[in-house]
Design a protein around this ligand. Structure first.
Ligand SMILES: [Zn+2]
Length: 193
């Protein structure tokens, strides 16, 4: 029923996480109702993003430089690597005063989405040298737990100490939204696996 260009854009928006056809359609009508200026603002934003943001060669976060400002900072403890699923979780951990570096897996093992360990930056993590402690800071939900178990096995007998955040974080919670006191406590009381 929809004109082709509307239909195509709706299809594109449904590729975004958590966006179904109804919401996608609302997005398209938002652009149509707000005119060419709004379209241009988004196009400019996407172009700027593609031009300026790159993947850090060391921790795989997205940054304006590679290595990113955290990996490139001589004051950070490079022997301590905090493993997170997404870059969006780093600011919450930074607030706790953590002084090591990170490794962004770009997701977690998720069988229902056909996402296996090979889709994550695990080989890249194993290639990193000089790690003494690996802090697993994945969300305490089913997929997060499965991923932490996998990593624990992968790093068995490598001499790397593996710790995970204490259980203070409620099951099913998201590190990205955890308050700094709870997250700070979970960090301080992290457990060796
Ligand atoms: Zn980095």
């Amino acid at each position: 029923m929809l004109p082709t260009s509307i239909h195509n854009l709706v299809q594109l928006f449904t590729r975004l996480p958590g966006i179904g056809p109804k919401v996608a359609e609302r997005f398209v009508y938002h652009f149509l109702m707000n005119g060419k200026g709004e379209v241009k603002r988004f196009i400019d934003g996407f172009e700027e993003l593609a031009k300026t943001i790159q993947s850090c060669e060391s921790c795989f976060t997205f940054a304006e430089s590679s290595p990113c400002s955290l990996c490139g900072n001589a004051m950070r403890d490079k022997t301590m690597v905090c493993v997170v699923a997404m870059p969006s979780q780093i600011p919450a951990i930074e607030k706790t005063g953590y002084h090591g570096v990170y490794h962004v897996l770009r997701g977690v093992i998720n069988p229902s989405e056909d996402k296996g360990p090979e889709h994550l930056k695990i080989i890249e993590l194993k290639k990193r040298t000089g790690i003494k402690e690996l802090i697993l800071a994945l969300n305490p939900d089913l997929d997060g737990e499965a991923t932490m178990l996998y990593l624990q096995q992968e790093f068995k007998n490598t001499g790397v100490t593996i710790t995970r955040l204490a259980r203070g974080l409620p099951m099913g919670s998201d590190i990205e939204y955890a308050d700094e006191i709870t997250l700070g406590d979970a960090f301080k009381n992290r457990k060796t696996l």
